[in-house]
Write a protein that binds this ligand. Sequence first.
Ligand SMILES: [Zn+2]
Length: 266
Amino acid sequence: MRRLLNSLVLFGTGLILISCNSSYPKIDLHVHLTRSLGNTATDAFKKASELSKQMGVTFGIAEELDNSNKRINDSLLLDRIALAKKNSFYIGIQVSRRDWSNVYSKEVLNQLDFILADALIFPNKEGKIMQIWISDQPLGDPQVFMDLYVAHSLRVLSEPITIWANPTFLPVELAPQYDELWTDARMKSLIDAAVKNNVAIEINSRYKVPHAKFIKMAKAAGAHFTFGSNQHGIGIGDIYWSISMAKKCGLRRDDFFIPKRQLSLN
Ligand SMILES: [Zn+2]
């Protein structure tokens, strides 16, 4: 009863029903399927479909293919697109290599619901490749690192992608300095690039990024958002931190990117 009362708000001359959580699209657009869900892709999709229904969260599967052969990638993706349609999922790819558009054909890419990319792999000042979610990388001076990170993120944001994943993530060594390193100027340059290129900004439950100040700045600039668990197998669909951040930052349903394709009901 108390819950019901909380959802009824007197507004002006009438009574309006407000349902805070359900107003957001309960969609996890950063789901990775693994063998822990099933030995074959068909089994993994089926198991994920059961989880999705139990949780009441729609899944967007982010396929990660590391093959350079276009024919093999196309064939694998077409297979996954069919499975996604059968199980009422959205389907996309997560791209890490910067020549990704050369390893799939346009016709197959056009059938995807989203293309997701993060900016967590780039060279340091000496040219050594860093994978910044792994600890003990040769990060160098924090300010130099940040300038390289922002420049790399701008490059990623200029590509024809749909979602910027793990935005503003910092390596564990630098995470305590998040507010100091993510200056207004750095945040603004990335937000402006995302808005200009129509790239949605993921609110990521796994790494708990971006922080509220960034989300509010991005909303004010007209950005769109998605929810992402970035989980592999266990934990997929856990977007609860993301939803609570959306609420905290005053986001509305129309601030979110939702893929256009209509999912079949089953
Ligand atoms: Zn991912």
